[in-house]
Ligand binder design. Structure first.
Ligand SMILES: Nc1ncnc2c1ncn2[C@@H]1O[C@H](COP(=O)(O)OP(=O)(O)OP(=O)(O)O)[C@@H](O)[C@H]1O
Length: 645
């Protein structure tokens, strides 16, 4: 009995994109299906280790490819883990990846705007989360799949033309594993849709994209030479007329081959396999550990942030192998959260294949590899900056915010993270600066690295606090990522020992800009009176040395919670004690000067009290803050203005 089921809305939209072919390189469908088959074999082997009662034969795990020119089909089968009926419905009929809805919305928006969406844009958007199985619809009119989950009795048959629905039927005698038959569209060389019913074509593609897959990939032998499609061959045609299947991949783990023998393209394909990214990696890293504890690592930095990088449930971790045998996906124990964009493989020689995630967290060897990995990644980022500035800029704009999260969690590597980082500063309107460059530019007499935090470059650049620093020629870092608000409160200095330069907020604490100009006399009364009048809002009213053109600004205590962070914490439902800040007045500003003489003349005047409170409101507005009672502000302002006319 078969039943017809509808695809989930997102799945339907993705399928449409596939059918209308978003990607010029159709050959990649094969890589995607092989990748899934290989994962299924990995999973079966792991499960059979863990569950001795599974009762499956794992002695001959492999992937089979069969072409049928007559019926124009291509079939890929694996004797891996397989899927249950529920698996098929949830994994194939539904897309549950974080970011899918957003990506599709972006695509729709781009298409809706009437502009032709470039191939690149589409590929880039899609490439951010991969589409695996669905890519078969780039080359197919119809896809059929029969699958049976290891350890269960009966299988299912799935079939769809990729429109709105699919058919599901029970198959009592299905072999264990998964077999997918692709009913091929007509060959269309112009659209680079090749003849996938031709084994020579298939062989060439497997060699190119999937050679490193560690499981045997078997293919029915090719047609005799000089037949249609033969010119596509790589010329390494060793086929015989034997009717049995022949293995076509070399199965060599890339990380175990001598470096000089692995091409960039092979690394790129391997990267795509482990990351599900469709683009090339930005950087490839290889290193090994020798001696009592041996391991090999092959890691990659992405050219763009993974879809879920800044989402709560972001995936992290690299693949863990033990002596060439796949052990687990996303091994968190090897990679700290802030480096969650790092993809790749660690192959350890000395672990049990049976190891669990919990045990790994405690494992000393794993901790050592992790340490090494972190150092290596940070070093790579840092040297990328000097070796290929453009690459670094791409990387930093995509993943820099994640890297800076390490300043909150990884005390051991704080300095290395600071060295790998770059920041916006008042020195250059466009180019980011390293801290070393900043320190280099510090003029005689400047002891600290000054920074200001806030929501955007525009708002912090115009903040009143910055005025005197500018006037004095002191550079200020403009920190506008949310994570910046937090790390500046935790990291005391850049550098170590005598060379350490402390970080100092320009909007916190008393700054001493070393100005010889003494604070003018005669303001005591005004300051005492204002401190009392504004006691609900400010901790103190004092004279400032940091202002040149603005009348007033608000200054927090050193180590206090900056207002943006306070707001952020409140919005996350955290209790934050009310933090009063000091109001600093600019004694050279006519408003402040006149306020002093007006208060002296008429200490009881309520209008003057209103002006004092307006001064506070203005300081709040100038730093981009929000007024508690905008209507009260407007009322007072209108009155005071009226009095001037
Ligand atoms: N040959 C297979 N054997 C067993 N399960 C499979 C097979 N092919 C697909 N699946 C299951 O279906 C899920 C969805 O596959 P799909 O190819 O759409 O995405 P994916 O491989 O998870 O990720 P990506 O889209 O990033 O490649 C897989 O995660 C896997 O659980």
């Amino acid at each position: 009995m078969s039943e017809t089921i509808e695809f989930q809305a997102e799945a339907r939209q993705l399928l449409q994109l596939m059918i209308h072919s978003i990607y010029s390189d159709k050959d990649v469908f094969l890589r995607e299906l092989i990748s899934n088959g290989s994962d299924a074999l990995d999973k079966l082997r792991m499960e059979s280790y863990r569950d001795k009662d599974l009762g499956v034969d794992t002695s001959d795990l492999h992937i089979e490819l069969r072409t049928d020119a007559e019926n124009r089909t291509f079939t890929i089968s694996d004797n891996g883990i397989g899927m249950s009926r529920d698996d098929v419905v949830s994994l194939i009929g539904t897309i549950a990846k974080s970011g899918t809805a957003e990506t599709l919305a972006k695509l729709r928006e781009a298409q809706g705007s009437g502009e032709e969406v470039s191939e690149e844009t589409r590929a880039e958007l899609i490439g951010q989360f991969g589409i695996g199985f669905y890519s078969s619809f780039m080359v197919a009119d119809k896809v059929e799949m029969t699958t049976r989950r290891a350890g269960t009795e009966s299988g299912v048959h799935w079939e769809s033309t990729g429109e709105g629905t699919y058919e599901l039927a029970e198959v009592p005698d299905a072999p264990q594993g998964t077999s997918i038959t692709v009913h091929l569209k007509a060959e269309d060389a112009e659209d680079s849709l090749h003849d996938y019913a031709d084994p020579t074509v298939v062989k060439r593609i497997v060699k190119r994209y999937s050679d490193f897959i560690t499981w045997p990939i078997l293919l029915n032998p090719g047609a005799p030479e000089a037949v249609e499609g033969a010119e596509e061959d790589d010329s390494e045609d060793e086929e015989t007329q034997d009717s049995s299947l022949e293995p076509i991949n070399s199965r060599k783990a890339l990380w175990a081959r001598p470096r000089s023998e692995v091409s960039d393209e092979e690394y790129a394909e391997f990267y795509r396999h482990v990351s599900h990214d469709w683009q090339e990696p930005l950087e490839t890293m290889r290193f090994t550990g020798e001696g009592t504890f041996e391991y090999q690592a092959l890691l990659f930095l992405p050219a763009h942030a993974p879809m879920d990088l800044y989402m709560r449930d972001a995936k992290r971790g690299v693949q863990l192998y033990v002596k060439r045998v796949f052990v687990m996906e996303d091994c968190e124990a090897l990679v700290p959260e802030y480096l969650r964009f790092v993809k790749g493989v660690v192959d350890a020689q000395d672990l049990s294949l049976n190891v669990s995630r919990e045990i790994l967290q405690q494992d000393r060897q794993i901790q050592l590899i992790r340490k090494r990995l972190v150092k290596r990644v940070l070093q790579t980022i840092t040297s990328m900056r000097s070796e290929d500035a453009e690459k670094y800029t791409t990387f930093w704009s995509e993943c820099g915010r994640a890297v800076k999260e390490g300043l909150l969690t990884d005390q051991e590597n704080t300095q290395a993270i600071l060295e790998a980082s770059t920041f916006a500063s008042t020195h250059d309107p466009e180019k980011l600066t390293t801290l070393a460059e900043y320190v280099e530019r510090m003029p005689e007499g400047q002891e600290s690295i000054y920074y200001v935090t806030g929501e955007s470059r525009a708002s912090v650049e115009n903040s009143p606090h910055i005025e005197a620093f500018r006037a004095k020629g002191y550079e200020v870092l403009l920190l506008t990522d949310q994570v910046d608000e937090v790390w500046v409160g935790m990291v005391p200095a850049f550098g170590s020992g005598d060379d350490a330069k402390p970080f100092a907020s320009i909007s916190q604490g008393d700054v001493d800009l070393g100005d010889d100009a003494e604070k003018p006399e005669g303001y005591e009364d005004l300051l005492t009176w204002m401190t009392t009048t504004l006691a609900d809002d400010v901790s103190e009213v004092r004279l400032s040395t940091r202002l040149t053109t603005s009348p007033a600004c608000l200054v927090g205590e050193v180590g206090g919670i900056p207002p943006q962070l306070e707001q952020m914490m409140r919005s996350m439902g955290q209790e934050v004690p009310v933090q009063k800040r000091a109001l600093e007045l600019n004694p050279k500003h006519p408003l402040v000067e006149n306020l002093r003489s007006a208060h002296e003349a008429k200490p009881e005047d309520t209008g003057i009290a209103d002006t004092a409170s307006l001064l506070y409101d203005m300081a709040l507005l100038a730093e981009g803050g929000e007024l508690k009672e905008p209507s009260a502000f407007v009322g007072k302002l209108a009155q005071r203005l009226a009095a001037t006319l």
